[in-house]
Write a protein that binds this ligand. Structure first.
Ligand code: NAG
Length: 458
C-alpha cells in the first residue's frame, strides 16, 4: 500500500505548493503606468494595496480551491486507515500493450476510476509497454480525486480514418476537476502521417486541421507533471477553458520541420503556471491566446521552434483578450522568434500587462518582436485600421545573440500604437560577432529604455 500513499503525498505537496505560491504571488492587473514606475524606482509595489490573485477569481472558485486543499489535508490524515485510493490498471481491463488497439480497455478503466466514490482513484498505465489508442475522451465529472499515472507509452493510431468523428483531438480530458496526471511515461502522437499531409509541407494539398495530442478541456485544479509528449499530430498539449493549472517537468519534442506542432497551448485559461519544462518542436514552444489571464511560465528551455508567443490574436476581425502573462527564466536557442506578441490586422481587444524577465537567447532570429501585421496565410492580408491593443509590456534582463540583424522589432499598429513598452537591461548581440544588431521600432507610444539597452530603439 505504499504506492498510493506516496502518490497522494505527491499530489498533496504539489497542490499545496501551487496554492501557497498563489497566495503570495502578486499577479493582478497593475495600473497603466505600473511598469514605468517600477522601472524608475518609485511606485513600489504594495501587495496590500491591490487585490491579490485570489480576489480576482470569484468566491465560489476560491472556496473550491480551499476545499480541495482541506480535502487533501484530510486525506493525509486518514492515510493509515484502510480508506486508500483505489488502483485501476488498464491491464486489469484487458489492455494488452502489444501494438493492437487498446482504446476499449482504456475507456473501461476510465469509467471505473471516474465513478469510484472513495478517497479517490488512481488509473495506472503500466511501465514498459506501448498502448495504441484511437481518439479517446476521458469525460468527467468524476466522483473523487483522480490520479492518472502514466508509466508506459501511449501511442496514437495513425489511421486517419479513426479521426473522422473529431479530427481536432486525440486524447481529451473533458470536464474533470481535481486531476493529477503524471508518471514519467510518454504520449506519442505518431504525427508523421499528419505532417506529410499538411498543406504547409505539401502545397498541393488543402489546409485541414489535425488533432491536438493531449487536451485538457474545462477542467479545474489540474496538475500535469513529469511527462514526455512527442510527435504530436498538430499541437502537443492544449489547456482550453481551464482554471488553476500547474504544468511542470514536461518534455515536449517533435522535429523542427513538423508543421503547427505548438508545444504547450493556453487558450481561454486562467491561473496557469508552466514550470521546469523543455520544449523543442516545429512551432511555438508556448502559445498563449485569447481569453487567457494570469499565465506564468518559469524555467523554460525552448528550441528548436518558433519561441514563446502571445497570439496570434485578432484573426478574422475577432476580439481578443490576454492579460497578466509573465515569462520568467527561459533559455531560448535556435528558434525563429524569442519572445513574441503577434496580432492580425483588423482584430480588437487587448494584450496587456505582460512581462518577459530573465531570458537567455542563443542565435534566435527575432529575439524580441511585436508583430501587429501578422499574416499566416497564402494571400496577402489587406490593410485594416482596427487592431488588438498591445500595452504595458516589460522586457527585463534579456541577453544573448540574434541570428538576424534586427534583434528588437516593434512593428505596432499605426492606428493603435503600442503603449507602455519598457526595455530594461536588454543586451542582444549578433551571433556573427563582427556585425552590429539593430532595433526597429515603429508606432510605439511612451517607450522607456533603462539600464543597459542594446540595441536601442532610435
Ligand atoms: C544560427 O542560425 C542560423 C540560421 O537560423 C544558422 O544558419 C546558423 O548555423 C546558426 N549558428 C549557430 C552557431 O548555431
Amino acid at each position: 500500500m505504499s504506492l498510493p500513499r506516496h502518490i497522494l503525498q505527491l499530489f498533496f505537496i504539489l497542490m499545496i505548493s501551487f496554492v501557497s505560491r498563489y497566495f503570495s504571488l502578486p499577479i493582478h492587473d497593475p495600473p497603466y503606468n505600473y511598469y514605468l514606475d517600477e522601472t524608475f524606482g518609485y511606485g513600489s509595489y504594495d501587495s496590500q494595496a491591490y487585490p491579490s490573485y485570489l480576489n480576482t477569481i470569484d468566491d465560489g472558485e476560491f472556496k473550491d480551491f480551499i476545499n480541495l486543499r482541506t480535502q487533501i489535508l484530510s486525506l493525509e490524515n486518514v492515510d493509515t486507515s484502510p480508506k486508500i485510493a483505489k488502483i485501476v490498471s488498464v491491464d486489469d481491463l484487458g489492455a494488452k500493450g502489444d501494438g493492437a488497439d487498446d482504446t476499449e480497455a482504456f475507456m473501461d478503466a476510465w469509467k471505473e476510476a471516474c465513478s469510484n466514490t472513495g478517497t479517490g482513484a488512481i488509473l495506472v498505465v503500466p511501465k514498459g509497454k506501448t498502448y495504441r489508442l484511437k481518439p479517446v475522451r476521458f469525460s468527467g465529472p468524476c466522483k473523487a480525486f483522480l490520479t492518472v499515472q502514466i508509466y508506459g507509452t501511449l501511442e496514437a493510431s495513425d489511421d486517419q480514418s479513426d479521426y473522422k468523428k473529431d479530427s481536432r483531438h486525440w486524447i481529451v480530458f473533458d470536464n474533470v476537476q481535481n486531476l493529477l496526471v503524471e508518471g514519467g511515461g510518454s504520449i506519442n502522437g505518431n504525427g508523421k502521417i499528419w505532417w506529410e499531409n499538411s498543406c504547409k509541407i505539401d502545397k498541393s494539398l488543402p489546409c485541414k486541421e489535425a488533432p491536438t495530442a493531449l487536451t485538457f478541456y474545462k477542467s479545474k485544479n489540474l496538475v500535469v507533471n513529469n511527462l514526455n509528449i512527442e510527435d504530436a499530430q498538430q499541437m502537443h498539449v492544449s489547456f482550453q477553458k481551464c482554471k488553476n493549472v500547474l504544468a511542470s517537468n514536461l518534455v515536449v519534442t517533435s522535429p523542427e520541420h513538423s508543421p503547427n506542432t505548438d508545444g504547450i497551448h493556453v487558450t481561454d485559461t486562467q491561473n496557469i503556471r508552466i514550470t521546469s519544462s523543455t520544449i523543442g518542436t516545429g512551432d511555438d514552444c508556448i502559445s498563449i491566446v485569447s481569453g487567457s489571464q494570469y499565465v506564468e511560465a518559469e524555467d523554460i528551455t525552448c528550441g528548436p521552434g518558433h519561441g514563446i508567443s502571445i497570439g496570434s490574436l485578432g484573426k478574422d476581425n475577432s476580439k481578443a483578450y490576454v492579460s497578466g502573462v509573465t515569462v520568467n527564466g527561459a533559455k531560448i536557442s535556435g528558434t525563429r522568434n524569442g519572445v513574441r506578441i503577434k496580432t492580425w490586422q483588423g482584430g480588437s481587444g487587448y494584450a496587456s500587462n505582460i512581462k518577459f524577465l530573465n531570458i537567455d537567447m542563443f542565435n534566435v532570429t527575432n529575439p524580441i518582436i511585436i508583430d501587429q501585421n501578422y499574416c499566416d496565410q497564402d494571400k496577402p492580408c489587406k490593410e485594416q485600421s482596427s487592431a488588438v491593443q498591445v500595452k504595458n509590456v516589460l522586457y527585463k534582463n534579456i541577453e544573448g545573440t540574434s541570428a538576424s540583424e534586427v534583434a528588437v522589432k516593434f512593428d505596432c499598429s499605426k492606428s493603435y500604437p503600442c503603449e507602455g513598452i519598457v526595455l530594461q537591461d536588454v543586451n542582444l548581440r549578433r551571433e556573427v560577432e563582427d556585425e552590429a544588431a539593430k532595433a526597429e521600432c515603429n508606432n510605439v507610444d511612451d517607450l522607456a529604455q533603462t539600464g543597459v539597452v542594446s540595441p536601442r530603439c532610435p
